[in-house]
Ligand binder design. Structure first.
Ligand SMILES: [Zn+2]
Ligand SMILES: [Zn+2]
Length: 413
């Protein structure tokens, strides 16, 4: 059973009425273009809109200054979270279109206010900052933001409508090698070359690429390589990103990279200092067909058809949440297929009429999906059973110990 038609119609009508406020909010966040951890005015704008509708919106909850939380309904019943992002990319503004996510999520929450008393249960609007280069959702999850939540839903603007969104898990490592400085010509035998270690590690990763699954990625940059050509470099470093579509394969690939880093220290007689996960990792997204199918039904009603599943390319911190509660991260098209995310061109679409349309469509689709979840015990049960069958709740912090078992070399952010 899905939500009664009358409630669904009421939700849709409320959101259509709110459309000018929602698109104004989206445009304002787009204009502000505040990067992660600094989204002060963006989150204030969302809080102001929610407060104007008589609901308390708390800013700065669950371990982050620019997070937001607003709740409506009966906390005793089932509880669904609608996630809002609003951080921009340094240099190119809303090239990932998070202004659309923030405004659509706020709209979905407000759209449910009239009916939440009749569905039972509650809805939580959770503002999750610093998705880009910050994995804010992992920080918030560790601070208890998802305790008591039965499902988490969000959407992301993209160049296609897609309910089967897949994302690669992503970890990072900063490897610094410490050698011994020496006159590079007069006494080279006294030195140990940290740059050689970095080069050996970089080449080792290049060799690894031939023999890893085609779905996996390792890429990086050398961040320090010595100061003067006539001194044996005593310190050199590189930064690597490691991506894989599954949790087990991500962990296995991390171990292989760690062995290469250690091997480079061994052959150059330098000391390795490897800091894993300085930024909290993004884990692969575990889908939930029960929820995404409902999202797809409401998407189709807005004239949007999901395409065939695409291979995973990017990464998102929603993956970390999807290992804690049933979660979905479908996409809505705001740009043609040839326009890639994280570009100035995509930022243009995020602040255009197509972005505005996705705000309103997205708010309706999210709200109706949440309505189904609250009104339909069968859907709740199916999404939960599917989540359990896929491995259930994962203890993410325990899982993310640094590869190679070197204690004290990993720092959280
Ligand atoms: Zn992005
Ligand atoms: Zn994004």
């Amino acid at each position: 059973m899905t939500a009664p038609e009358t409630l669904a119609r009421q939700v849709t009508e409320r959101i259509e009425l709110l459309a000018p406020q929602l698109t104004a909010l989206s445009r304002m966040i787009h204009e502000l273009a505040e990067p992660g951890f600094a989204e002060h005015r963006s989150v204030a704008a969302i809080a102001e809109l929610v407060t104007a509708h008589g609901i308390e919106a708390r800013v700065g909850v669950h371990g982050m200054e620019t997070s937001l939380k607003a709740c409506a309904g009966d906390p005793a019943g089932p509880r669904i979270a609608i996630l809002a992002e609003y951080d921009a990319l340094p240099g190119i503004g809303h090239g990932c279109g998070h202004n659309v996510i923030g405004a659509a999520a706020a709209g979905a929450f407000l759209g449910l206010l009239d009916v939440i008393g009749r569905t039972g249960g509650s809805v939580v609007l959770l503002g999750t900052p610093a998705e880009e280069n910050g994995s804010g959702k992992e920080i918030m999850a560790r601070a208890g933001a998802f305790a008591g939540i039965d499902a988490a839903i969000m959407l992301h603007p993209a160049n296609c409508d897609d309910i089967h969104f897949a994302a690669l898990g992503l970890r990072s490592v900063e490897a610094t090698y410490h050698g011994i400085p020496a006159h590079a010509s007069a006494r080279p035998e006294a030195g140990r070359n940290a740059l050689d270690a970095v080069v050996a590690a970089y080449q080792g990763v290049a060799a690894l690429r031939q023999h890893m699954p085609q779905t996996d990625r390792v890429h990086g940059v050398i961040t320090a390589g010595g100061e003067a050509a006539n001194i044996v470099p005593a310190r050199a470093s590189l930064r690597l990103l490691i991506r894989s579509p599954r949790l087990d394969s991500l962990l296995a690939l991390s171990e292989r990279v760690q062995r290469i880093l250690s091997g480079a220290a061994l052959i150059t007689e330098t000391r390795l200092d490897a800091v894993w996960d300085r930024i909290q990792p993004c884990l692969p997204v575990r889908g939930n067909d029960a929820l995404s199918t409902r999202f797809g039904v409401h998407m189709a009603a807005r004239g949007r058809t999901s395409g065939a599943p695409q291979s995973a390319q990017g990464s998102t911190d929603l993956g970390n949440i999807s290992l804690r509660v049933p979660a979905i991260h479908p996409t809505l098209a705001i740009a043609p297929p040839e326009i890639a995310l994280h570009t100035v061109a995509f930022a243009g679409y995020a602040g255009s009429e197509r972005g505005d349309r996705a705000v309103v469509d997205g708010a309706v689709i999210l709200a109706l999906t949440a309505l189904d979840f609250l009104a339909d015990a069968g859907l709740r049960e199916r999404s939960r059973l599917e989540f359990e069958a896929a491995g259930g709740v994962v203890d993410v912090p325990a899982l993310l110990t640094p590869p190679g078992g070197q204690p004290g070399t990993s720092e959280g952010s």
